[in-house]
Design a protein around this ligand. Sequence first.
Ligand code: TXA
Ligand code: MG
Length: 330
Amino acid sequence: MTKLLTIEQLNIGADILKNGGLVAFPTETVYGLGANALDENAVKKIFEAKGRPADNPLIVHISDYEILNELVTEIPEKAKLLMEKFWPGPLTIILNKTDKVPDIVSGGLNTVAVRMPKNPVALELIKTSKVPVAAPSANTSGKPSPTKAQYVVDDMYGKIDAIIDGGNCEVGLESTVLDMSGTTPKLLRPGGVTFEQLTEVLGEISKKFECNDNEKPASPGMKYKHYSPDAKVVVVKNDFENYINKCCEKYENVAVICYGDIKINKKCKLKKVVNSSLEYANVLFSAMRDFDKQHPDIILAQDVDDTGINLAIKNRLYRCCGYNFYEKSN
Ligand code: TXA
Ligand code: MG
């Protein structure tokens, strides 16, 4: 049985973590599925519950700097600057790991991803459990990350020991992942801390993720389809209103996520209208999950540019649609 805990019952969650169990908890980005990072057997259960491939490493969540020194061999000056500026917060930093971090956490790599989350429930849980907490997003592998406790229940009920309900996540997309283990910083996943914010501190950074269709991976397919609802998703780059109309003629049940200045066909019952990038980021995954419960024939999502948090939205949108775009050519 999975225990459903309130934030006042956080101590119970901390005890479960200490004793090798799995606890889902809120962070400011998305809900995480946590286990004691130093307990191989506990971490193994995360992979089983999610159906996650064993070579996909986990982020270790910490609440203080003392434990960090046990996890990484050194903290480069530039990484320290980032920690001062963005921790606690939605930035994951990859550094060279010590032998204390089990191979199962790092997917066999020599590095470990670490993050100090800002959400007070997450911080208190880690502090009370007195262990570093390995936690991927608390969804079934391939599905959109959960931004509310109910979505964790949908995916994980019966598979894990407890879920702490801390309400809605503030950012709604996963943390920025930045590799600081080599000579040049590499952005592996755009997220809550933006590319512009990072370059302001670090200068040059290389981008190592797919985001626009020119960078479509050489072998597309299931490997790259992530954050996906069950319905077919199309990211619409232009001519959105006409395309919605066309889809409404063709399909019974069309779902749309877009900005407020788009005129949506009246036949379209499933819609999520946003008015800012922060709101788009915040509701993207929940919209996909809510749409899916209504079994739409197709989900249409409005494309965004590359600035600020939009880069993270774009990255999730493109992977979510499996590089399935609509663009009217002139
Ligand atoms: O916001 C978040 O980051 C959430 C919350 C719970 O903190 N966690 C999360 O974890 O999104 P997950 O496992 O869903 O995504 C972690 C990403 C994966 O793409 C993984 O491949 C990458 O970070 N990663 C982890 N450790 C790595 C390493 N040592 N080297 C390269 N990539 C790594
Ligand atoms: Mg994930």
